[in-house]
Write a protein that binds this ligand. Structure first.
Ligand code: ZN
Ligand code: ZN
Length: 343
């Protein structure tokens, strides 16, 4: 990346170490980045990244014009992220009317997709903490509690022990689990129905992501069948993770298991996604993903089956791609509904 102007918070953090949603980062001639932010964030940036060049945002436009507005302006390519707003893009064009802007979103995603050893340690710590919170929070779940109360228990532990939620915690009682991204409401748990929880704590800037299910006290034969099929798809995909496999080939492994089991139409989302500074980042494992897995990448393995108005099961683990396969970082147990044992 020779010349680029970066705006989104996760890429600002990846390039500078500073977490700030009101900043621009400028990289010129492949050199060290410069952070532009306002009065409110400058002392924090100085403290977090003492070696980083930080400039008041009032210099942003004039600096850009001086850097790239003069000689050679019309032949120079400036990288930007397509995710910025139209208003922000208009602003860049006003400062650099002759520049050619090119989208570098994928380049940035690629750089972040393979984690450094330091990042891997932070990811491990986030996943470990998430497992601990699931263990401690689920023990506090009692019949008579609402989904909102159960989500609240998880959320408060995440703020006490980590940096809060990586995304809004999902708690689904019974048939609500058929909604993949159900918002916890006043549905009361009777202590017998299944509960699906999708949760991820943020720690040291890095996210975790996991889905577990409290099995019903007396699972119906349909629930057993669906649960074990999802588990089979989860385990088959984990076994297939290795360097060189594409996101779509990995997705297909799980999708084939579910299709052969007769529930192909009930698995409407992708198998998984990368995780890091953001809970959803590269590489994704979907039907169309041409991302190639490499050692040091993280990906979730989260097949699901959803029967509207009836039940839903998703089992999600976070794995680290290694030189020979993968390491499953999520340590929380997964029950087999068929054998009623941990697998
Ligand atoms: Zn999740
Ligand atoms: Zn996920």
């Amino acid at each position: 990346m020779k010349n680029a102007i970066i705006r989104t918070a996760a890429n600002v953090r990846a390039l500078t170490g500073v977490e700030c949603d009101e900043a621009w980062v400028v990289v010129a001639d492949g050199g060290e980045p410069t952070l532009y932010t306002d009065f409110r964030y400058i002392p924090m940036a100085h403290r977090v990244a003492p070696k980083l060049k930080v400039r008041d945002i009032k210099h942003f436009g004039p600096d850009l014009a001086r850097l790239w507005g003069g000689k050679g302006a019309s032949s120079r390519k400036i990288g930007f992220e397509k995710a910025i707003s139209v208003a922000e893009f208009e602003k860049l064009k006003k400062f650099l009317p002759r520049a050619k802007f090119e989208d570098v979103t994928r380049d940035l995603a690629k750089r972040r997709s393979v984690k450094t050893p330091g990042e891997i340690e932070k990811m491990r710590a986030a996943v470990r903490l998430n497992d601990e919170i699931w263990r401690d929070a689920s023990r506090k779940f009692k019949s008579g509690m609402t989904e909102r109360e159960m989500a609240g228990i998880i959320r408060s532990m995440m703020f006490d022990r980590g940096e809060g939620e990586a995304f809004p915690t999902i708690v689904c009682v019974g048939a609500n689990a058929a909604e993949c991204h159900h918002v916890p409401d006043d549905t009361v748990w009777n202590g017998r129905d299944p509960v699906l929880v999708d949760m991820g704590v943020k720690l040291d800037g890095y996210c975790s992501d996991m889905t577990r299910n409290l099995l019903p006290r007396r699972p119906s034969s349909l629930y057993r069948k669906v649960y074990d099929l999802v588990l089979k798809a989860n385990l088959a995909a984990i076994a297939a993770v290795k360097p060189g496999i594409t996101g779509k080939a990995l997705d297909k492994v799980a999708r084939d298991v579910i299709r052969k089991g007769g529930f192909g139409k009930c698995f409407g989302h992708s198998l998984g996604h990368g995780v890091g500074l953001e809970v959803h980042e590269a590489p994704n494992a979907s039907k169309k993903s041409d991302w190639i897995l490499k050692p040091g990448m993280f990906v979730t393995i989260e097949p699901g089956i959803y029967l509207e108005g009836n039940l839903g099961v998703r089992i999600e683990d976070l794995v680290l791609v290694t030189a020979t396969g993968c390491e499953v970082l999520t340590a929380s147990g997964k029950y087999s509904a068929r054998t009623e044992k941990m697998v």
